[in-house]
Design a protein around this ligand. Structure first.
Ligand SMILES: *Cc1c(COP(=O)(O)O)cnc(C)c1O
Length: 372
């Protein structure tokens, strides 16, 4: 049996006629850039994410960069980001000319550790970016409190956590703004690159819009130099066709994770007993963008899964500050003990809304072979 990490084709086949007609409509209209599909998606996404405004853009990395720029963050400012995340989060900080400051990880949620953050705050600190990694909400109460007490901008990178909640409140509503990626493999994915920034402040909305559109306030009125970052209409129409299914797909992911839990807990009891399953923290809706477990013999397990047609992944193999890209910061493993431990043990098992119990059982069976 071949089981991919993410099965985009299965999802396409389940809504094929909607997608095909949505794309065909854009092509026959010839409205490829800006236009009604893009504004309709922005309205729907603002409403869905529980914010007043949504500015769409080319991808989730741009979304962070544009949001930071619109807040006036730049040279001389420090922005605290998780050591354990995808590089977009820190790249965007560097792209606006600010200084990246990495914080270590919570051992339970694998998200940014508020205690580590509190030790990094100084006069140059301007913002904290929380990432809800794998779909697990970060510790928002302490982060909001830290940001308020120190007069810092709180930003949420929600690229992996569409539809997640924290104490009943939607993730992406806690900070000044939140950013989304609609990369095809995300929980809501386009058929190409796409991203968005959501917020409640009308001035910030206007700022982001101007930056995305070459600094134009209105046609040919360039009040600044911006850039070209936009969601195209074909992607907007794909997202519009998919949005009504997001809730169902999220429930399916959560159900898939429950099935994994059940099988893997049984193995832990009968076998070696030291596989660490994803934590379900109280009052949070973990939306399982990834189902990540920690194992001591990760390489043997990955090899065994691959030999049996199962694609597992590593998200991510190293803490960001230890990559060559951040050599200049001069960090070592002892600066990020938790991120170092997590990144050396974690593997992501296949999960997507369409995964069946039979497929999960096959993945677990092959994983068990390597544990013996
Ligand atoms: C996917 C992702 C992004 C942005 O991705 P794009 O590919 O630029 O859309 C940002 N942050 C995290 C944590 C991500 O996983």
């Amino acid at each position: 049996m071949n089981i991919p990490l993410v099965d985009l084709k299965a999802q396409y086949l389940s809504i094929k006629s909607d997608i095909d007609s949505a794309i065909a409509r854009v092509i026959s209209d010839g409205n490829f850039i800006k236009g009604p599909y893009v504004s309709e998606f922005e309205d729907r996404w603002a409403a869905y994410s529980g914010r007043k405004y949504c500015v769409s853009c080319a991808n989730g990395t741009d979304a962070i960069e544009i949001g930071l720029r619109a807040c006036g963050i730049g040279e001389g400012d420090e922005v605290i980001v998780p050591a354990h995340t995808w590089i977009s989060t820190s790249e965007a900080v560097t792209a606006v000319g600010a200084q990246v400051v990495f914080a270590d990880t919570c051992p339970e949620s694998y998200n940014i550790d508020p205690i580590a953050v509190s030790k990094l705050i100084n006069k140059a600190t301007k913002a904290i970016i929380a990432v809800h990694l794998y779909g697990q909400p970060a510790d928002m109460d302490p982060l909001v409190e830290l940001a308020n007490r120190n007069n810092l901008i709180l930003i949420e990178d929600v690229a992996q956590a569409h539809a997640a909640t924290y104490k009943g409140k939607k993730i992406g509503t806690f900070g000044l703004f939140a950013t989304y990626s609609f990369f095809p493999g995300k929980n809501l994915g386009a058929y190409g690159d796409a991203g968005a920034i959501v917020m409640d402040d009308p001035n910030l909305d206007r700022h982001c819009r101007v930056i995305c559109d070459h600094g134009q306030q209105s046609k040919h009125d360039h009040v600044t130099e911006g850039r070209n970052s936009r969601l195209d209409a074909i992607q907007a129409s794909v997202l519009l066709a998919k949005l009504p299914h997001l809730e169902f797909w999220t429930e399916r992911r959560i159900e898939g994770a429950r099935i994994y839990d059940r099988y893997l807990e049984a193995i832990n009891q009968n076998n070696c007993g030291d596989m660490v399953l994803p934590t379900r923290l109280a009052d949070r809706r973990h939306v399982f963008h990834l189902y990540a477990v920690r194992l001591r013999n990760r390489d043997a397990v990955l090899q065994c899964l691959a030999a049996n047609g199962v694609s597992a992944g590593i998200h991510y193999p190293k803490p960001l500050p230890l990559l060559k890209a951040y050599e200049r910061l001069g960090h070592s493993e002892s600066d990020f003990p938790v991120a170092t431990m997590v990144t050396s043990q974690v593997i992501s098992l296949p999960i997507y809304p369409e995964i069946s119990e039979e497929q999960i059982s096959y993945v677990v069976e092959k994983l068990t072979l390597a544990l013996r």
